[in-house]
Design a protein around this ligand. Structure first.
Ligand code: C5P
Length: 213
């Protein structure tokens, strides 16, 4: 089974993806970490995040066997750079094969990102588009920074989220959008356990509709 989860920054898709993978015994790939790893490599190397040649070279050099879900990759600066680098079509093209082969390996996987249901896994068994109001997402992201021991200015986080939403939805290459056959889940008024129950219900309903295929 392949489950595609897309949604804007801090919508909760990463947490939900991880929980769904645990629940169904599937592998999990947070594809944002790939773009973040490329962005961090560019920043560390003194390159600009819109440098196409450097971005493609960084993608080729990535260790795709392991993406460390570390505080360094989760920083606001790396997230901002990731949203710039990810608009480069040549970079996205370089990363397609890895993501598809990850999804295809048995027993299947949960992938979360921006273009999983639309570009990477258009034939996924279940597609879910997770969203939440920008101020709710900003509050959640600010709490994540606090948990990581980082300073968090909620107004600045909200401005960053709005900027990233605009960039991710407005770009020409694989823009963030809900696939026509994706289930919409708005988690604005849900706590995490309610949201987990809701995504499991979506998957169960989709499997029942397909004869549990
Ligand atoms: O999900 P996360 O915030 O970690 O993603 C960082 C950035 O990487 C996003 O703002 C987006 O621009 C980019 N991204 C993407 N396609 C994906 C996953 C992430 O363009 N599948």
């Amino acid at each position: 089974m392949i489950i595609a989860i897309d949604g804007p920054a801090a919508s909760g898709k990463g947490t939900l993806g991880k929980k769904l993978a645990e629940y169904y015994g599937l592998r999990h790939l947070d594809t944002g970490l790939i773009y973040r790893a490329v962005a961090k490599a560019l920043l560390d190397g003194g390159n600009r995040p819109d440098d196409m040649a450097a971005a493609v070279a960084a993608a080729k050099a990535l260790d795709t066997s392991h993406f460390e879900d570390s505080g360094a990759l989760k920083s606001q600066a790396v997230g901002e750079a990731a949203s710039i680098v990810s608009a480069i079509p040549e970079l996205r093209a370089e990363l397609v094969a890895f993501q598809r082969s990850f999804a295809a390996k048995p027993p299947g996987a949960v992938l979360d990102g921006r273009d999983i249901g639309t570009v990477i896994c258009p034939d996924a068994d279940v597609k879910i588009f997770v969203t939440a109001a920008p101020d709710v997402r900003a509050r959640r992201r600010a709490l994540e920074y606090v948990a990581l021991g980082k300073p968090a200015d909620e107004a600045a986080v909200l401005a960053d989220i709005r900027r990233r939403d605009a960039r991710d939805m407005g770009r020409a290459a694989a823009p963030l959008k809900q696939a026509s056959d994706a289930h919409l889940l708005d988690t604005s008024d849900m706590d995490i356990s309610t949201a987990i129950r809701a995504v499991i219900d979506i998957v169960e309903a989709a499997r029942a509709g397909r004869g549990r295929g």
